[in-house]
Design a protein around this ligand. Structure first.
Ligand code: SF4
Length: 136
C-alpha cells in the first residue's frame, strides 16, 4: 500500500540502503532525515509499522526504546499476559479436599472423581499455584 506522504520524502531518491545501516547512531539517523517535511508523519508511521531501518529520524533501537517507554507509561503499567483460570483444577482441588477431609485417601478420592492419581495430584498442585498467585 502506498501512503500519500511517502511520496514526499527526500529519501525517495538516492540509495535506499543508507537508511538500512544497522550501526547508525541516532544522530546519524537524524542527519539523514534533517529537513524532511514529513518527518513527524514518517516517525509516527514507523513506530507502529516498521521494524528495520531509519524512519522519521529514528533508528530501529530508538523506536524500540520509545515503544518500551510508552508501554511502561500506559495507565495500567506494562501489560502482563493474563493467565487463564484453571477452572477444572480448582474444582478438583475443592472436591478432593472435601473427600480427603471425610477420610478418603488421595487414591480413593481420585477414583471417586474419575481421574488418575497422578492427574489429581497435578491438578491440585496447579490449583494451589494459581491460588498462591492470586493471593500475592
Ligand atoms: S523522515 Fe527520513 S525516512 Fe522519513 S520520509 Fe523523511 S527522509 Fe525519509
Amino acid at each position: 500500500m502506498t501512503v500519500d506522504w511517502t511520496q514526499r520524502g527526500p529519501c525517495r531518491t538516492g540509495d535506499p540502503d543508507r537508511f538500512f545501516v544497522d550501526n547508525l547512531t541516532n544522530d546519524a539517523a537524524a542527519a539523514l532525515c534533517r529537513g524532511c517535511p514529513i518527518v513527524q508523519a514518517c516517525g509516527e508511521y514507523a513506530l507502529r509499522h516498521e521494524l528495520y531501518g531509519v524512519w522519521g529520524g529514528m533508528t530501529r533501537l530508538r523506536r524500540r526504546a520509545i515503544q518500551a517507554k510508552a508501554r511502561t507509561a500506559a495507565p495500567n503499567g506494562p501489560q502482563k499476559r493474563k493467565r487463564k483460570k484453571p477452572v477444572r483444577a480448582l474444582a478438583l482441588l475443592r472436591r478432593s479436599e472435601r473427600l480427603i477431609a471425610a477420610g478418603a485417601t488421595v487414591e480413593t478420592a481420585a477414583k471417586r472423581l474419575r481421574v488418575s492419581r497422578g492427574y489429581l495430584l497435578a491438578a491440585r498442585a496447579r490449583a494451589r499455584r494459581h491460588l498462591a498467585g492470586v493471593a500475592s
